[in-house]
Design a protein around this ligand. Structure first.
Ligand code: PHE
Length: 441
């Protein structure tokens, strides 16, 4: 592993780095709008079940694959079995699709951060503010460029220590603030109905697209099925207990997503009524400003909040960009500079249409989706499940679960190894396969 690879690579920082990658816009922006759209409680229930079975098993498999081989994604598969190298390649393409549109949303967060810091929080709460912003051409593009610029600078100068240390302080702060806003939201007038919607599974809301959404969200939120965890795993020491690390990362990530839902969904009922549940990607940006506006010191809380969300988004975007850059370095033997330039070219090609897709280029639809939603769909609903199924088959039937179990047991006994084996051989691949195929029938 070349040492100039920007680094969340310090060995001790592993859990933190992995959690920093996992906790991001997926938790705070994506989870609540998917839950709102797909029946609330039932979505939450399916999501949690998926994390506990497929998610934990797959994360264990990925981190252990990385530690076992000491290599990043493409090379790891290649080393274990040449014929399966293509899974690593597929996995390496996913972050290149996610990074551009992720950064577009990161730009939106940055815009809100600045609006709040300037003291114009109430403007952001006005009806139509968000729609007006994303449908303009220059402004979202400008913030996108700034966001990508910040990520690039960190990647160039290296992430050594700074970000990891900051995560230690900022992540707990994010939790505290999320809890405060969530508690406030629950007690808003009319929020009770939203609370019930979010917490009580109603099986009449069960739909395949909801199940598919929950599954894609699970991969996305845990940063799975794209080699990031394999790469991180390659920096884990042999004495580290992988099983507990994975449990902690998964629980922490799920807790933040849960809280974000609690913060946003009851407020939707309170301020806008159930019709607004379908708002989609804009939900967080539309609802939260209204919550902040109704709070005492809401401007200040809003500003702090968006700073923390920005930070969560940044750590995730760094892991995404690092993955793309590292793949260029490893696979094409690019120098670091050349790899960064290549990555930025992808960001222009995919990011500009994602940013413009809500405004000037909104007529340009692929399969009925604007460009940003299309990138999200292709990477999360198609590519990640495919990579995940292949990884399960690879671990379950090619190298065999025992290979993973032995590696985990270098440090501790693997308590849930039976569940792991069953998940990786049967539950996960069969379940994922059914869900994946069902969307085409
Ligand atoms: N897991 C991150 C989030 O929840 C997003 C992400 C996906 C980051 C894939 C890295 C890789 O926001």
């Amino acid at each position: 592993m070349s040492d100039n690879r920007g680094s969340f690579t310090s060995r001790i920082g592993f859990v933190l780095a992995a959690a920093g990658s996992a906790v991001g816009l997926g938790n705070i922006w994506r989870f609540p709008y998917l839950a709102a759209k797909n029946g609330g409680g039932i979505f939450l229930l399916i999501y949690i079940l998926l994390v506990l079975t497929v998610g934990i098993a797959l994360m264990t498999a990925e981190i252990t694959l990385g530690r076992k081989t000491g290599l990043s994604v493409c090379s790891a598969f290649k080393k274990l079995n040449k014929k399966w190298a293509f899974v690593g390649v597929l996995g390496a393409i996913v972050p290149a699709i996610i990074l551009p549109y992720y950064s577009v949303i990161g730009g939106w967060v940055l815009k809100y951060l600045v609006v709040y810091c300037e003291g114009f929080g109430d403007t952001a709460a006005a009806d139509g503010f968000f729609g007006g912003f994303i449908s303009s051409s220059a402004s979202p593009l400008f913030w996108y460029v700034i966001f990508i610029g910040i990520v690039t600078i960190i990647i160039i100068y290296g992430v050594r220590k700074g970000i990891e240390r900051a995560s230690k302080i900022l992540m707990p702060l994010l939790v505290i603030l999320t809890v405060i806003v969530a508690i406030y939201s629950i007690f808003l007038p009319g929020a009770g109905e939203g609370l019930v919607y979010y917490l009580k599974p109603d099986f009449s809301h069960l739909s395949w697209s909801g199940v598919l959404g929950a599954m894609s969200q699970m991969f996305y939120s845990l940063s799975l099925a794209m080699g990031i965890m394999i790469t991180y795993g390659s920096y884990v020491q042999k004495r580290e207990n992988i099983e507990t690390a994975v449990t902690h990362i998964a629980l922490f990530d799920t807790a933040i997503a849960f809280l974000a839902g609690l913060m946003i969904i009851p407020a939707v009922f309170s301020f806008m009524g159930p019709e607004a549940l379908n708002a989609g990607p804009g939900l967080m940006f539309i609802t939260l400003p209204k919550v902040f506006k109704s709070m005492t010191a809401g401007g200040f809380i809003g500003a702090t909040f968006f700073i923390l969300v920005f930070f969560a988004a940044l750590t995730s975007a760094i892991s995404l960009m690092e993955a793309v850059v590292a793949s260029f370095q490893d696979e094409f033997k690019f120098s670091r500079t050349k790899a960064i330039i290549a990555t930025l070219i992808i960001c222009v090609v995919l990011g500009v249409p994602s940013s413009m897709g809500n405004g000037a280029w909104s007529g340009f639809l692929i399969m009925g989706m604007d460009f940003l939603s299309f990138c999200d769909y292709i990477s999360n609903n198609i590519m990640m499940p495919v990579v995940a199924v292949l990884t399960c088959v690879f671990v379950g039937y090619v190298i065999k679960p025992q290979a993973i179990i032995e590696e985990v047991e270098l440090s501790n006994t693997f308590k849930k190894k039976k569940l792991f084996e069953l998940s990786i051989k049967f539950f996960a691949p069969v379940g994922l396969f059914i869900i994946l195929v069902s969307q085409f029938v």
